[in-house]
Design a protein around this ligand. Structure first.
Ligand code: FNR
Length: 358
């Protein structure tokens, strides 16, 4: 269909299910094992309901926010996903173009396992408009390689480092495994890629890595409040994430984890958005999902598959459309909620009682 006919983010997924080569579709869409977490990530958003405020002048709603001390037009960003070129040959370069082009920019987190080189993706940023880029790090058993990547990310002006901590070994994505896809015909695409990741990575290692850079460092893949607190006490920002349901299956959804993390951090005197960033990703497909996460204290919201799907279906134009649709949904629903600024949102706008009924 023509891109103008698309109405929601789900349309990109449907199109990809029809047009992508099997190896790309299985690699992108799969979750681990029974795919409980994959489904639950999105379903959890359906168990949080709004309590809108009425009789507020909402003629001019403002979707902007502050992330890492800088103004952004919207609170969402592209999360790191490996192998964007499996679905579209422009890969992460085309995603970079989509992030930059159009009426507003969004930050792009670049995966260690990108199809394109960091140099190419960073060049695309310079060419198309200079959105923020962040670097996602899988820590190599050979630490000097991890340090080299951090230095390269700094040289390419990435503005933050995200160390992925939920993947000491890769979850078993069975559709992908069954396809016995290249490059490793035995174990599917994921296993072939991930053999360098160090399963011995621990708190001392990430503290050491943090000391090697002056950039803000996030731990991506925090899934319990105790770890969130340890991370923040050690000067890290966090991404509450279960890797889009691709790692340990049957984990609590990131949204539910958020409702435990934010109150604990506040109790200990931290202020999300002021002295620590608390991002979330997994299952976000609607403007309302983003508003729910913000109301519950998230300071940035990541998109994984929606970007892979929009890029695979329509290239940079698809990514642009995806971000436009989400911003429109956010603005419209802010009016319906009775808030003019995202900073007005808080827990009073949502009812989370349904979350515990899985
Ligand atoms: C990912 N994700 C991921 N995370 C990461 O830190 N490094 C990576 O290389 C990848 N690669 C990757 C590939 C594919 C195909 C997917 C779907 C996901 C996880 C990603 O950053 C993010 O946490 C999830 O994708 C968020 O969930 P949604 O938005 O896909 O539901």
């Amino acid at each position: 269909p023509s891109i103008d006919e698309l109405k929601t983010i789900f349309d990109f997924e449907y199109i990809c299910s029809k047009i992508l080569p099997k190896n790309a579709w299985y690699y992108y869409s799969s979750g681990s094992e029974d795919e409980f977490s994959l489904r639950e990530n999105h379903n959890a958003y359906h168990r949080v309901q709004f309590r809108p405020r009425v009789l507020v002048n909402v003629k001019d709603v403002d979707t902007s926010c502050t992330i890492l001390g800088e103004k952004h037009e919207v609170p969402f960003y592209v999360s790191a996903t490996a192998l964007a070129a499996l679905g579209y040959e422009g890969g992460e370069v085309s995603i970079a173009e989509g992030c930059a082009q159009g009426s507003f920019k969004i930050p792009q987190m670049i995966s260690t396992l990108s199809s394109k080189t960091l140099a190419e993706i960073s060049e695309a940023k310079d060419k198309f408009g200079g959105q923020d880029q962040w670097f996602q790090l899988y820590v190599n058993t050979d630490r000097s390689k991890a340090l080299d990547l951090i230095k390269e990310a700094e040289a390419k002006k990435c503005k933050a480092i995200f160390i992925t901590v939920d993947a000491p070994s890769l979850g078993r994505r069975e559709k992908d495994v069954k396809l016995k896809a290249k490059p490793s015909r035995e174990n599917g695409i994921s296993k072939g890629l991930s053999s360098f990741i160090d399963p011995s990575l621990d708190w001392e290692d990430v503290k050491y890595l943090k000391k090697q850079t002056s950039l803000p460092v996030f731990l991506k893949g925090i899934q319990r409040k105790e770890d969130a607190l340890t991370a923040v006490e050690n000067g890290f920002n966090i991404v509450i994430s279960n890797h889009g349901g691709r790692q340990l299956d049957h984990t609590v959804s990131p949204l539910e984890t958020l409702t435990e993390v934010v109150p604990l951090l506040k109790e200990k005197g931290y202020k999300p958005g002021e002295n620590v960033e608390v991002f979330i990703d997994g299952g976000v497909r609607r403007g309302t999902d983003i508003l729910k996460a913000i109301a519950l204290g998230a300071t940035g919201v990541g998109l994984g598959r929606p970007i892979l799907y929009s890029n695979s279906a329509y290239g940079a134009k698809g990514v642009e459309k995806c971000k436009d649709m989400l911003r429109e949904e956010i603005a419209m629903n802010m009016r319906l909620l009775g808030v003019n600024k995202l900073s007005e949102l808080n827990e009073s706008f949502v009812d989370t009682q349904g979350l515990k009924y899985r």
